[in-house]
Design a protein around this ligand. Structure first.
Ligand code: SF4
Length: 549
């Protein structure tokens, strides 16, 4: 494939003439080609293609076709047809009217190249760079972030189905790479038991019968694993990915009790993220948010939210469903820093904010996190007049705490909590506290002094300041702009299919989400160029009464 970067020429004259005649009132794709341009070039994708071989479509066109395809929700065949037959697509792609286009399989191949070359985010990055050049997005403006759940492209399985399908997949994998070995080894009854898909409707009726059936499958699986990993067995069956999945599923789901295979009870299973929940997509994990559970992934979208900006999505992170939101704040800032698009204020919900991040975002990236921090949940904070930690004066240099009654701590002990966080343990006198008149507002210990756990100074002060800030009207006004990201997620889910994986595996889910964000940006840019104002966050009529006073 010869992919020396080629200059992107103007739209062919005849194509331009026909497009203007066909769309006298304008067309989004035509407007985008005129301003801000093609977004992509060949240079950026040249490393994804070999220097030699059969000629191909130019990478910049494949990138743009991919974005247009997701913007319109087209399958690969439909997108290839649109390249051949639609005048607005030809205009955007700068093609002659007579251009025959390409085979639809080229699009799948292009996506595979993006994943293989680690270029999942290139489509979005190139678009943002063009937007920056045209002043459509700026650094140090406000950003907001939120996440939503994403369902893996799998059939949800109950326990007997999971183990049955896992064993069947391992046998299919072995039948492909080691057919002679498997034919010679497999017990005859297995061809009936594992030849067709394992479905609940075909399993024995009743809990006891299903448990016993599951243990038969378990014994079969262990027998197969013993044969695959036996001394003197050929090496290659053990390299089959489905056999490795079988091994991991069996370790998590079964145990041997005096040589007999038993199911592990639900409480004995490894935690989500350390076990396989679907043999169809071993990377998809069990997720749980409030009352909702799902198997798959989570996607975090970050967008700008200034009134005078386009509101493009500036970052997309796809993670296993089990990953906590708070662990994504850092990676989001790192990605935005690499694009030169760090925010000044970053609006997030409580799941993304903690004391460490309040300090780290400031010191590492000069970003102010605007999101509610966890309130103090101690009984002292909930009791009216209680002496919560904010009522104590801390002298960090002298390593001493003074209580509201003017007594000073007698112990200052740095250490670590059970989660390995740095903490300081402070204690008051066991002689003074029991005799104190305010003891009922301060401690429930009868014979000991008040004890408290402090975070390191910067984190403690940042947390206390954030707790005070979030009670102010100005903070609430600033934070109100975060709600707009809910509309973006709703748009992604309803108009761009964000919630359902099209393909299997984290890299493909990640690429799908980046392309979806790119397509959403295309549609937002087209609306901005057409002068369509930003939508307002909707409130119910009743709630609106409170806002209008
Ligand atoms: S109980 Fe102890 S720490 Fe609390 S106010 Fe009284 S003297 Fe101070």
């Amino acid at each position: 494939m010869s992919l020396k970067p080629r200059p992107i020429g103007p739209v062919p004259e005849l194509t331009a003439f026909v497009a203007r005649a066909a769309f006298p009132d304008g067309n989004p794709f035509v407007s985008l080609r005129d301003t801000p341009g093609t977004f992509y070039d060949d240079e950026r994708s040249a490393d994804l293609f070999p220097d030699r071989g059969r000629p191909a479509e130019t990478p910049w066109r494949l990138a743009l076709v991919t974005a247009l395809q997701y913007a319109e929700g087209l399958a690969d065949r439909q997108a290839a047809d649109a390249v051949r037959g639609r005048i607005d697509w030809k205009y955007a792609l700068g093609l002659e009217l007579t251009d025959p286009g390409f085979d639809f399989s080229v699009l799948c191949e292009f996506r595979a190249r993006l994943i293989a070359g680690g270029g999942e985010s290139r489509l979005l990055e190139a678009m943002l760079e063009t937007c920056k050049t045209h002043g459509l997005v700026k650094a140090r403006t406000k950003r907001r972030t939120d996440s939503t759940h994403v369902l893996a492209a799998i059939r949800t399985l109950n326990r007997p189905e999971l183990v049955g399908e896992t064993l069947r997949a391992a046998l299919d994998g072995l039948a492909t790479v080691a057919p002679q070995w498997l034919r010679a080894w497999a017990p005859p009854g297995w061809f009936d038991r594992y030849a067709s898909r394992v479905e609940g409707s075909r399993l024995p009726e009743g809990e006891e019968a299903r448990r016993a059936h599951g243990e038969v499958i378990g014994a079969d699986g262990f027998r197969l694993l013993d044969a695959v990993y036996a001394a003197g067995a050929p090496r290659w069956p053990g390299d089959v990915p489905a056999v490795e999945v079988l091994r991991r599923v069996w370790l998590a789901r079964y145990y041997l009790d005096d040589g007999r295979v038993r199911w592990r009870k639900a409480g004995d299973l490894p935690p989500a993220g350390r076990r396989i929940d679907s043999r169809y997509d071993p990377e998809a994990t069990f997720g749980n948010k409030r009352t909702m559970t799902w198997t798959g992934y989570k996607v975090h979208l970050t967008e700008t939210c200034e009134d005078d900006e386009v509101h493009p999505i500036t970052n997309v992170e796809t993670t296993p469903a089990v990953a906590a939101d708070v662990d994504q704040t850092g990676p989001i800032h790192t990605a935005l820093a690499a694009r030169g698009l760090l925010p000044g204020d970053h609006l997030l919900d409580a799941g993304y904010v903690d004391a460490e991040l309040l300090v780290g975002s400031r010191s590492d990236h000069d970003v102010r996190l605007v999101g509610p921090v966890r309130p103090d949940v101690s009984w002292q904070a909930r009791k009216p007049g209680g002496f919560d930690i904010s009522r104590f004066v801390i002298d960090w240099e002298a390593r001493r705490v003074t209580c509201p009654e003017g007594r000073t701590s007698v112990l200052w002990q740095p250490g670590r909590d059970p989660w390995d966080n740095e903490v300081i343990h402070a204690e008051f006198s066991r002689h003074e506290c029991p005799a104190c008149g305010s003891r009922s507002r301060c401690t429930r210990a009868r014979t000991e002094g008040r004890e408290m756990t402090l975070r390191p100074r910067e984190r403690h002060e940042a947390l206390q300041a954030a707790r005070r800030d979030q009670e102010t009207a100005s903070w609430k006004t600033a934070y109100a702009a975060r709600a707009g990201i809910e509309g973006t997620i709703s748009e992604g889910v309803r108009a761009f299919g964000l919630r359902r994986c099209r393909h299997v595996g984290l890299p493909k889910a990640s690429l799908q989400h980046v392309i979806t964000a790119t397509a959403m940006n295309l549609s937002r840019l087209a609306a901005w160029l057409a002068g369509v104002p930003h939508g307002k966050t909707r409130v119910s009529r009743f709630a609106g009464l409170a806002l209008t006073g």
